[in-house]
Design a protein around this ligand. Sequence first.
Ligand code: SAH
Ligand code: SF4
Length: 390
Amino acid sequence: MPVNLLDFDLESLRAWLAARGEKPFRAQQLMRWMHRGLAADFESMTDLSRDLRAKLAEGSEIRAPGVLRDSIALDGTRKWLLDVGVGNGIETVFIPEASRGTLCVSSQVGCALECAFCSTGRQGFNRNLSAGEIVGQLWHASRALGADAAAGRRPITNVVLMGMGEPLANFDAVVTALRVMLDDHGYGLSRRRVTLSTSGMVPWMDRLREACPVSLAVSLHAPNDALRDRLVPINRKWPLAQLLAACRRYVESAAAAGGDEDGDAPAAGAPALKWQRRGAPRDFITFEYVMLQGVNDSPAHARQLVDLVGDLSCKFNLIPFNPFPDSGFERSRPEAVAAFQSVLMEAGFVTTVRRTRGDDIDGACGQLAGRVMDRTQRAVRREVGEAVRQ
Ligand code: SAH
Ligand code: SF4
């Protein structure tokens, strides 16, 4: 298979070109054509010599996942089911709002972590996405939405890694993709506008802080270990005390660096180290908390949360549970969400309630199911488990 140039960040593209006897600045030109010009082939790359274009066309290509389905919800949310081979499909969702457009990107085909309330987790796991398949979602959506960097048309202003999969379980590919998103020769997004959401893979949170400190959202969902062990099973490996300590380290690296300005994509060709010294883009963590009726949504749970986070610099984002068949959970009542929110707000925490978007096309949080050829036999294990319990 030809090399997919979407798999490269600037540095690795430079190395790849150098190995073929090309000058380093060619990497910048190519990145700009691919990610700003959204070119799909080499013909249009008029500032590259005919020779180089021919050479590139021979051994490489610009290959994003193809579209299997394209749906638009009543509220304008748009969801693509993208083909990632051998029966597998991933989902990418665009959420338009008055002041911004957010693209929700997947990082794996399915997810191996089995959170109790998540439909992706229910589907099982097939494989990690490559960097090109992750960046390819942004490349494809930008083209489909008519992005035009030269004309200043940027329908996608924010990217969240909140689609299918646990991004930190696919660390290298995710970091490469993040670097392309941030690069001035790539999508030029500020690190404040790129958010990675994790269920709490503690050692990789530290690595992310070193490698590419984008905004961090942490899926908390419970204020104590007993409950979190049940809802987010990875908590058994890295319990709350460890998770909260990692959050503190993430935030403190920003504080130590004296914060950071907005609109701060690295300057042309800036080495990764330069942005590291400037610290994380935001000096707070966003805690996501899915509201499950009668499970984790009482005012007592909210008070426990306040005690748990203490003086950590953080915000809360409450997510009304999005149902899917046989989930076994129900969405909290609006009054319960409001009461929970007031406890957190009165304790001084900015607390937002996520508006459910695109639920008529199953495009809301936790509803992304794609098509996963499960390799973990999760469905079989579920059936066996249910049969044993009966
Ligand atoms: N694996 C990562 C990112 C993908 S999930 C993570 O867990 O953080 C993105 C967010 O949607 C997470 O906070 C997740 O807990 C939440 N979520 C999962 N299932 C949901 C559901 N059914 N309703 C509402 N939110 C859900
Ligand atoms: Fe995976 Fe996140 Fe779903 Fe948990 S909530 S199963 S980590 S995608």
